[in-house]
Design a protein around this ligand. Structure first.
Ligand code: AVI
Length: 320
């Protein structure tokens, strides 16, 4: 006989554990990687085209202006590796330049998402017949041992300010693990957003059209769908703050009322005070000193930095 009462079950996945930990902590937090489900990735693509979000177009302009010098400095006969997909439009500028300098090239995009990789392979293979694309499905933050089996001089691209979403100490750990799979002479091309006026930074993370607000709230949409939570999207507001002391932009979801949210799949009740903030992301804005520190602490030597005319974004070449 059918019953109207649904069987409720508790979810015990790595993601569920992180959500439980974050929502039970004081202050409350959620891991930024939760942003990137299908809807979140599409919203991020939209963000990269917003007038206020200068990062993507500024880094692209650096590649357009300096691709030849970057590749010259990296060395002859390069094999490209890219950590994280979804940056294909900028990588393409470097590949175009690379194929002017060598008749054939190998490209290893690395990503946790097979669908992101498929898209990268499809686009690259049609645009560049002289390029052999070999995707690697891996979480690069844990290191990529498969890289050590690739012969020839490698240039590892870690662009788009992706490193900025990690704590600097975590960033050092990631770069160190990547370095372990590289050989002397290999290089890293690291893209970092740079510290600047809050008048530029805050709107980049709180745009007039509200796309970043939607991106931030998408985390709650995801918890409602995947963990059966009952977050009321109208009862939270998007907040972006410049933390000068830590040199980072911080994003929060602030509860506009005193309320309680229930996550049946975690059997967890989460009380919020009016005005209480849930921390969802840090985006570090590097100074020259911070770049030097993470590069050296991870065992690389910083050789050169290219920047735009306003000094808003940096592309750094570091050598093993
Ligand atoms: C992916 N990452 C580099 C973006 C950033 O700027 O930190 C994520 C983002 N968050 C809000 N807007 C964009």
């Amino acid at each position: 006989m059918a019953t109207s009462k649904q069987l409720q079950y508790v979810v015990d996945s790595a993601m569920a554990r992180e959500v439980r930990e974050g929502l039970s902590a004081m202050p409350k937090r959620l891991p930024a990687k939760l942003f990137y489900d299908e809807a979140g990735s599409a919203l991020f693509e939209q963000i990269t085209e917003l007038p206020e979000y200068y990062l993507t177009r500024t880094e692209r302009a650096i590649f357009e202006d300096y691709a030849a010098r970057i590749l010259e400095a990296a060395g002859p006969s390069l094999t490209l590796v890219e950590l994280g997909a979804g940056t294909a439009s900028k990588t393409r500028i470097l590949i175009e330049e690379l194929l002017q300098r060598q008749t054939r090239a190998l490209f290893y995009p690395i990503d946790v998402s097979p669908s992101a990789l498929n898209e990268a392979v499809r686009q690259m293979a049609t645009q560049f017949p002289q390029l052999r694309v070999s995707p690697i499905v891996a979480d690069y933050t844990g290191g990529v041992p498969a890289l050590s089996r690739i012969s020839g001089r490698k240039l590892v691209l870690y662009i788009g300010s992706s490193i900025g979403n990690f704590e600097p100490s975590q960033a050092v750990g990631i770069l160190r693990r990547i370095r372990r799979s590289l050989r002397a002479g290999d290089a890293l091309l690291l893209g970092t957003d740079l510290a600047k006026s809050s008048k530029i930074l805050v709107p980049a993370y709180d745009d007039a059209q509200g796309v970043t607000a939607q991106f931030n709230k998408n985390m709650l949409v995801r918890l409602n769908r995947e963990l059966d939570a009952d977050f009321d999207l109208g009862a939270f507001r998007h907040v972006a703050v410049w933390n000068k002391r830590c040199s980072r932009m911080e994003m929060y979801l602030e509860s506009t009322v005193k309320q309680s949210v229930f996550l049946p799949a975690l059997d967890l009740d989460v009380p919020f005070e009016e005005g209480e903030r849930l921390h969802t992301e840090n985006s570090y804005k590097y100074t020259e000193e911070m770049v030097n520190t993470i590069v050296h602490e991870s065992g690389f030597t910083l050789e050169k930095t290219w920047s735009d005319s306003k000094g808003w974004f940096g592309v750094h070449l570091a050598r093993v």
